[in-house]
Write a protein that binds this ligand. Structure first.
Ligand code: CAA
Length: 395
């Protein structure tokens, strides 16, 4: 891959080895649950720095470059997008703290993550999905404290974060009259009274990733729990969330590329071994040209992901590129699974052990579907790209 650093190659190979040992052989168990089994996560955390790749050095972490994280998550996504999403929650749930947290908040949060606990990013609500600025969870000021009430939905690994008494980044409105400018991000310890995970979702795909609803009832927090502190952090929650997603969307695109690479691998193997009319399917251009097209799209998508990641590592604005990468990479991955089923016919839709060639494509198809939905639907990505192309005139 053009531009891959030694570190990216080394970490990607470590992830590949991990997946060969722990993910590929256990896909049936992962797909049967609602969360990645603990023993797989525990093995992941044994690899130095992996529990929280972006943890800053002063908190005891390795502070891996973002491009390295993308290379790792491409490889994890190739094995299982659910596992990649669940483990990736420690990136997404940490970006707000990295971006705006105080040093004390970083030490607390990454101290938890480096012990093998999960983080979580609590933005979405039933009435605030695509319109993230409409967050209704309220944080009312009472002296030096805030009292939070409301509900969050589809929050990855939040049940685990609460169970292990880790730290969650949660967005609430501190001033409803200001709309999105009245949103504030809080760093909430998982064992705070009134914070509960009330429902674990049962999803068609990415079953290796835990998705929960959260209920906040009179959650009392000192103002020092505002991310960045009360002076800097008050009213900065929406921007923190958007900057978090600038990174998160690129990671989703990397995972999508991983899934597309897996589809290609499965298809090449299938075409080499499946005989049709007395010759292998690999001799039939009607099939191989379709695979070539997926390969071309996937390689282009990978270049865009790493270009975006290098921009982020260089400190450049990359939100626009991140949205572009998410659009093309996720739609390519979804399309790849659809085309694969056309080529494989009934062999592609059969339900069987996903760790076998007979059962993998049906699972990849189910896993791919979320990619164009989470971390901002692809319509939201198009909106952000459009706003970049046609900027609003300042009044
Ligand atoms: N970086 C910094 N600032 C940003 C920004 C960014 N990327 N994007 C917007 N802002 C700023 C703007 O500059 C503006 O600031 P000023 O008013 O000071 O100029 C302010 O934020 C408001 O911006 P917009 O007018 O663009 O805001 P909007 O309300 O029109 O936002 C939206 C529209 C882009 C659709 C936004 O609501 C959005 O991204 N929605 C999707 C939310 C989303 O992706 N949710 C996913 C949740 S996480 C998840 O799914 C993960 C999981 O658990 C698996």
């Amino acid at each position: 891959m053009f531009g891959f650093t030694e570190d990216m190659t080394e970490k990607q190979e470590l992830v590949r080895k991990f997946c060969e040992d722990w993910v590929y052989p256990n896909l049936a168990e992962i797909d049967a649950g609602k969360c990645c089994p603990d023993y797989i996560w525990e093995e992941w955390c044994k690899i130095p720095g992996f529990a929280s790749p972006c943890a800053p050095k002063f908190t005891g972490g390795e502070e891996m470059p973002f491009a390295t994280c993308c290379a790792m998550w491409e490889e994890l996504g190739k094995a299982d997008v659910g596992v990649a999403t669940g483990f990736g929650s420690n990136n997404l749930g940490s970006f707000p703290i990295l971006l705006t947290g105080t040093d004390e908040q970083k030490k607390e949060h990454f101290g938890n993550l480096l012990q093998g606990k999960f983080g979580a990013f609590g933005l979405t609500e039933k009435g605030a999905g695509s319109d993230a600025g409409a967050v209704a969870t309220e944080a009312k000021k009472e002296g030096e404290y805030y009292i939070l009430n409301g509900d969050k939905c589809y929050i990855t690994t939040s049940g685990k974060a609460i169970e292990t008494k880790s730290t969650l980044a949660i967005c609430a409105s501190t001033d409803k009259s200001l709309g999105s400018k009245g949103l504030t991000m809080f760093l909430i310890p998982g064992d705070t009274p009134g914070l509960t995970a009330v429902k674990e979702e049962d999803k068609m795909g990415i079953r290796g990733s835990q998705t929960c609803e959260l209920h906040l009832e009179n959650v009392k927090l000192h103002e020092s729990r505002i991310l960045g502190g009360p002076e800097k952090g008050l009213g900065f929650g929406f921007k923190t969330a958007m900057m978090t997603l600038d990174a998160g969307r690129c990671v989703v695109a990397a995972q999508a590329n991983g899934l597309a690479l897996r589809v290609i691998e499965v298809l090449v193997d299938y075409c080499n071994n499946h005989m049709d009319g007395g010759r292998p399917l690999s001799k039939n251009p009607a099939a191989t040209f379709k695979i070539a097209e997926i390969e071309a799209q996937t390689q282009a998508c990978r270049q865009l992901v790493y270009h975006t990641a290098f921009m982020r590592d260089a400190g450049l604005n990359h939100g626009h590129e991140s949205c572009c990468a998410k659009i093309v990479a996720t739609e390519n991955a979804i399309n790849a699974t659809r085309v694969a089923m056309d080529i494989m016919g009934v062999n592609g839709i059969r339900k069987a052990d996903p760790s076998t060639p007979q059962g993998i494509m049906e699972k990849l198809y189910r896993d791919a579907r979320i990619l164009s939905i989470y971390e901002g639907t692809n319509q939201v990505q198009r909106l952000v790209v459009t706003n970049g192309l046609f900027p609003k005139k300042k009044k």
